[in-house]
Design a binder for this molecule. Structure first.
Ligand SMILES: [Zn+2]
Length: 262
């Protein structure tokens, strides 16, 4: 069976480490590189529920998209049982479960987060959007009413709800940025897009986008990134056919929507 290090190396062939942003933290972050791996659980995040699921299923490796520690929003300075992050890391270590994280390097990878998002929304000819490789721009074969496209986004990504701002344009040339890419709405407008699909968009970004003539759709962080997981699983399965590997059943979208009048 492959070691954790061999699986990390193979994943870096798909999504090279050098493509990760400088503030990011990717690769084998927890565990013994020399440990043999037999069972793998794949999830967007290594939550405590995912760690419990991995232990219950006898998995010795968790592969996630978001870093489990020491990236921009999750500094780890201690490993204490009385902090959520410390408790999680101690639990994984006690259970001998390794963790590999593939984050911004997977966002930009060919066939990674943004390519999968563009394909899931049935955009044609998805090509580069931002200079650092983040995001994609693709076309619809014919213009579509925004409301219909929002419905497609919601259905295709399995969203609990979608927030959007209408700039009064039909949808034809669409930029996508999986996860929190609201800051690039200006760049999407400058690139001639009429619509931008991303997540974690703030009030002022919505307000500015409509004024700048670009429809802005916030489809949620989990729904815009989760579609990459089956691709990741298929890649690992192709490289290491003897491994047991499956998608986490416990990790799902946690954000619910209450809609006026429903
Ligand atoms: Zn993300």
């Amino acid at each position: 069976m492959p070691t954790a290090l061999e699986i990390e190396k193979s994943l870096f062939d798909f999504a090279p480490k050098s493509d990760a942003m400088d503030w990011d933290n990717v690769g084998l972050l927890v565990g013994d590189p020399a440990a043999e791996v037999t069972r793998v659980l794949v999830a967007l995040d290594a939550t405590e529920a995912v760690a419990d699921e991995a232990a219950a299923k006898g998995c010795d490796l968790i592969v996630t998209h978001h870093p489990i520690m020491n990236c921009r929003w999750l500094p780890v300075q201690s490993l204490r049982e009385d902090t959520p992050q410390g408790r999680l890391l101690r639990k994984l270590t006690r259970a001998n479960i390794s963790v590999i994280c593939m984050h911004t390097n997977l966002d930009v990878a060919e066939g990674g987060v943004n390519d999968v998002l563009a394909h899931t929304l049935r955009l044609e000819d998805p090509g580069p959007f931002l200079a650092d490789g983040l995001g994609r721009i693709g076309q619809l074969p014919a213009p579509m009413a925004l409301r219909d496209f929002v419905a497609r986004v919601s259905e295709a990504l399995g969203c609990n709800g979608v927030q959007y701002a209408d700039a009064g344009k039909p949808v034809r040339r669409v930029a996508v940025g999986g996860g929190a890419c609201g800051e690039y709405a200006d760049a999407a407008a400058a690139a001639g897009c009429d619509t931008f699909v991303t997540a974690d968009v703030g009030y002022h970004v919505f307000l500015d986008a409509a004024g700048k003539g670009i429809n802005l759709i916030d489809a949620g962080h989990f729904p815009t990134e989760d579609p990459v997981l089956p691709v990741l699983i298929a890649y690992i399965r192709g490289k290491f056919p003897a491994l047991f590997i499956e998608k986490s059943a416990s990790h799902r979208e946690v954000i619910q929507y209450y809609v006026k009048g429903e």
